[in-house]
Write a new protein. Sequence first.
Length: 178
Amino acid sequence: MKTYRRYSISALFEYNGATVLHYGFGAAGIIIGYNASLAVYIGGFVYFIFALVQMYIIMPLIVCPNCVYYRMSDSLCTSGLNVVSKKIARAGKVEDFSHRGEGILSHNNMYISALFVPIVAMIPALVINFSFTLLAIFLVVVGLLVLRMFIVFPKVACIHCSARRICPNAQSMGLSEK
């Protein structure tokens, strides 16, 4: 499979679009599912900010500096965050890239949490405060997760990534040797 130095703008929009939509619909599902009280608005907002911060601030500060895309000239990874990282962080070590999945507070764990928290949070809400709107939001969030896991990662992002051989995410999906 061909590796990309520069992902297309459409791949960038697919990856980031699925990410932001997932977080936005997830926050909306939390808020709607628990009757939109002040505490629930705060909880939904905190989730949304956590999800955005782990993806668009922590990742370019902690993960991206260790990625091969950080060092490649004129490169653009599937998220585009290597470009941001070059502006806000110093280069790390490529051999530390695989450490992104180590430890309970690792970036990988935060990333997975940001994807699954709204799904887990909406399940009790569906039982307690069922509505077709909430069900639709839940199905959209699950659909976005499925899209990410079965289309975006294996067919758009990871399969063409120059870091797939050392990335714990690609390794866990069996894409590191393709």
